[in-house]
Design a protein around this ligand. Structure first.
Ligand code: IFM
Length: 449
């Protein structure tokens, strides 16, 4: 059967600066919280860092040419704030801007549309020294940085995202301490989350007021959460976690409110929200980016050290297992998340800005990976996206995470998400079977099942 997507459907691939660029100390780039964090003992698997990563900073022309050969219409890249402003604010590093200037030009020369995200977790370390995202000045620092990037690239880029996965930046970075900056403090995490929302809203306002052309959106990680049982305490625990991961970001953007029940549960750990903040955050966006990977079952756990007293275990749909990350594979979860946005937030334009999986890829003697498991994963998720569109969901694009195997944060280089294999010894790239499969899906604008 052939499942055809709408004519203007936007197909793409994504990656982020710290995960692929390398060149961490070159051309005036400043230190990011991930440079600092990954150099601390036991923070990342094997002590891996993004110092070299995929060396995309130097291999950019070859990477773009490869994307063009694979028929990729749109590339979701992110800009590294510390490359542009090594001290977080103030003096602009022209060489840093030049890199993104060349990248955008090279993409356009190859007929690839750039989609640019302004923040994907690599906060300048100097700003963390001043408190980072929990500091109420951080949204203004972010807006100053955003203006510089809009001014530099806005004549050629017409698709922007403010922030990628603010939940992860706030709660894994400042709450659980598994990500940079490695802080374990629920109150700081919530304050950071509110400031990420505020930063997003300020930058959307700036974009509108500055008369920049194109569309701008917010990218949230909306993964599946199911109650572990129908016991009321498990159902309530699931709702609490949903309020934090989903409603804390969706409600203020679309309704100008925060979930009240969550705020009362948090008590003194709830963030300080000033008058006018919610008006800024609810500035209309052009699209909602949805990143989706997995589904968890959620239980109430009185012994949990988690501030919401929850415990999550991976859920896999019948017949599906887990990815290399230990994430449960549940393809209907992506449709469920899309339909939740349709139902509660007025069916805005949505783009699936990340979907993909880390699989235990095994190269043959030539380095080729026949990753049929990744193809099955992507196919099953795309089928669900197609179904959602058939049922009226306003989904207008889909991006695979990721074009390249890359630095998977605290897991270092152990988990491979790429459509293209990177040999970390030689940095040689070899497209996997899934890259050719995706090329055909794009070419046909359809999925064959
Ligand atoms: O690698 C990450 C990415 O940085 C953000 N979204 C999820 C991906 C897989 O974990």
């Amino acid at each position: 059967m052939r499942l055809t997507f709408p004519d203007s459907f936007l197909w793409g691939v994504a990656a982020s600066a710290y995960q692929i660029e390398g060149a961490a100390r070159e051309d005036g780039r400043g230190e990011s919280i991930w440079d600092r964090f990954s150099y601390q003992p036991y923070r990342t698997l094997n002590g891996d860092t993004g110092d070299v990563a995929c060396d995309h900073y130097h291999r950019m022309p070859e990477d773009v040419a490869m994307m063009a050969e694979l028929g990729i219409p749109c590339y979701g890249l992110t800009v590294a704030w510390p490359r542009i402003l090594p001290k977080g604010r103030g003096q602009v590093n022209q060489k840093g801007l030049d890199f993104y200037d060349r990248l955008v030009d090279t993409l356009l020369e190859h007929g690839i549309r750039p989609k640019v995200t302004l923040f994907h977790w690599d906060l300048p370390q100097v700003l963390q020294n001043e408190g980072g995202w929990p500091n109420r000045d951080c949204p203004d620092w972010f807006a100053d940085y955003a203006r510089i990037v809009f001014d530099a690239l806005g004549d050629r880029v017409d698709l922007w995202a403010t922030i990628n996965e603010p939940w992860v930046a706030a709660f894994i970075g400042y709450g659980m301490g598994i990500h940079a900056p490695g802080i374990q403090d629920a109150a700081q995490a919530y304050q950071a989350a509110h400031h990420l929302n505020l930063a997003h809203g300020k930058v959307v306002q700036l974009f509108r007021q500055g008369g920049y052309q194109g569309e701008i959106g917010y990218v949230l990680n909306l993964n599946g959460l199911l109650p572990g049982s129908d016991r009321p305490e498990d159902v309530e625990a699931t709702q609490r976690l949903h309020d934090e991961t989903h409603r804390f970001f969706l409600d203020p953007v679309f309704h100008g409110t925060y979930p009240e029940a969550l705020f009362s549960w948090l008590g003194t750990q709830a963030p300080k929200v000033y008058e006018g903040d919610l008006d800024i955050i609810r500035t209309p966006i052009d699209f909602l980016g949805i990143n989706h990977y997995n589904t968890d079952l959620v239980f109430y756990d009185v012994m949990s050290t988690h501030w919401l007293k929850v415990r999550s275990v991976p859920y896999s749909a019948p017949g599906w297992g887990q990815t290399e990350m230990g994430w449960g594979i549940n393809p209907p979860g992506i449709k469920h998340e899309i339909m939740n946005v349709v139902e509660h937030y007025g069916n805005p334009k949505m783009i699936i800005t990340e979907n993909g999986c880390a699989m235990p890829d095994e190269p043959d003697e030539d380095g080729f990976v026949a990753d049929w498991n990744r193809i099955f994963f992507l196919k099953a998720h795309l089928q669900q996206v197609h179904e959602a569109i058939q049922e009226g969901a306003n989904v207008q694009g889909y991006f695979v995470w990721s074009i390249l195997d890359n630095f998977e944060w605290e897991r270092g280089y152990s988990c491979r998400f790429g459509l293209v294999r990177v040999d970390y010894e030689t940095l040689h790239r070899i497209p996997k079977q899934s890259a050719y499969w995706y090329r055909d899906v794009i070419r046909e604008n359809a999925l064959m099942i």
